[in-house]
Design a protein around this ligand. Structure first.
Ligand code: NAD
Ligand code: TYD
Length: 339
């Protein structure tokens, strides 16, 4: 296999971090460049196991900083770009939308321009099912790649905007792109502001778990390892210009998720605290992954096996999430929740 240079943006975050590890280990003959600004969500301690590998390189940079990105692309002549870097938390986008536009929209456009200038062979844009808006509770309805974009939060609106720019760079300039739209990920190294790691870490500390509204909103859970395999497949086999939805039919209400974690950890459901609902809270997400399955992808985790693996990982890696929960994150949590 020929040697390739791959730029992975956001590789110090949750999904990008798992993807960096996956690629460094699976493709020793690829040079993996992890570019990340190291915002509150970025953490390099997760890469201690690979940081001395010859095929791993780290670059601290802002994707929205054209003066850094353009010369970097000119110098390194990347073959592929896999773009994860983003502001990713819906709740933060409600209190501070501006940074979502800067990073997710402008940052993506800066990368597209740089990729176009050096004629990359593939630009993968990692997006989200949240761009499709929400579904009602009819279990026979799903998001397909043809579902119209109807984002409801500043986060999903910024992701939808970046998706449209990626599409336009394909249509206008012939840039070889794919857009992947996945459902909610979970698994190792998930930042504890999101529902599953937040619940695991708080239940382990016997702290109350905030459940928004009545807890009946539904998310379609995808193990991050299955997501990494999907992106690998799209990178190597995806047809240029195509969108691929990624999801494994694992719909659960938020309350079911929280109760499963509490039960597995042998704690009491008294820890559940219903709190004020999120404004514009999407009711349900559910992915139809048929198109990606036809390309050859199949998830290996069910929700049951995935959540068991994830809870065990958090039990085995307390040090990692305890250091994350200190500092800036603690201030954020105190401002966000009154519990
Ligand atoms: P994350 O918040 O854990 O990580 C984001 C990473 O991007 C961090 O390391 C951060 O430091 C970096 N970053 C932020 N701004 C940057 C900038 N201006 N320049 C360079 N780096 C910057 O996010 P995640 O959960 O790993 O999500 C990764 C991607 O997947 C995002 O694009 C997100 O929209 C998408 N996605 C996530 C989920 C999910 O369930 N987590 C679901 C669907 C789609
Ligand atoms: P989250 O993990 O923030 O992902 P997203 O908003 O991108 O789906 O939230 C998942 C679901 O859990 C969502 O319906 C909101 C809900 N939620 C809570 O009930 N309590 C919480 O403390 C958080 C963070 C989320």
């Amino acid at each position: 296999m020929t040697r390739k240079k791959i730029l992975i943006t956001g590789g110090a975050g949750f999904i990008g971090g798992n993807f960096v590890k996956y690629m460094v280990k699976k493709y020793p003959n690829y040079d993996i460049y992890n570019l990340d600004l190291l915002t509150y969500a970025g953490d390099l301690t997760k890469h201690r196991d690979i940081e001395t590998n010859e095929n791993y390189h780290f670059i601290k940079a802002d994707i929205a900083d054209r003066d850094t990105i353009n010369p970097l692309f000119e110098k390194e002549k990347f073959d592929y770009v896999v773009h994860f870097a983003a502001e990713s938390h819906v709740d933060r986008s409600i209190t501070e939308p501006g940074i979502f536009v800067k990073t997710n929209v402008l940052g993506t456009q800066v990368l597209l321009d740089a990729a176009k200038e050096i004629n990359v062979s593939k630009f993968i844009h990692v997006s989200t099912d949240e761009v499709y808006g929400e579904l009602d509770f009819d279990p026979t309805t799903f998001f397909t790649e043809e579902t119209p974009l109807q984002p409801n939060s500043p986060y999903s609106a910024s992701k939808a905007s970046s998706d449209l720019l990626v599409r336009a760079y394909h249509e206008t300039f012939g840039l070889p792109v794919n857009i992947t739209r996945c459902s909610n990920n979970y698994g190792p190294y998930h930042f504890p502001e999101k529902l599953i790691p937040l619940t695991i870490s708080r239940v382990l500390n016997d702290q109350k778990v905030p459940v928004y509204g009545d807890g009946k909103n539904i998310r379609d859970w995808l193990h991050v390892y299955d997501h990494c395999a999907a992106i690998d497949l799209v990178l190597h086999e995806g047809l240029n210009g195509e969108v691929y939805n990624v999801g494994g039919h694992n719909e659960r209400t938020n309350l079911e998720v929280v109760k499963t974690i509490i039960k597995t950890l042998g704690k009491s459901e008294d820890l559940i605290e219903f709190v004020k609902d999120r404004p514009g809270h999407d009711k349900r997400y559910a992915i139809d992954p048929t198109k990606l399955e036809k390309l050859g992808w199949k998830p290996t985790y069910t929700f049951e096996t995935g959540i068991a693996q994830t809870i065990q990982w958090y039990l085995d890696n307390k040090e990692w999430w305890e250091q994350i929960i200190s500092g800036e994150y603690r201030n954020y949590f105190e401002k966000q929740y009154d519990i």
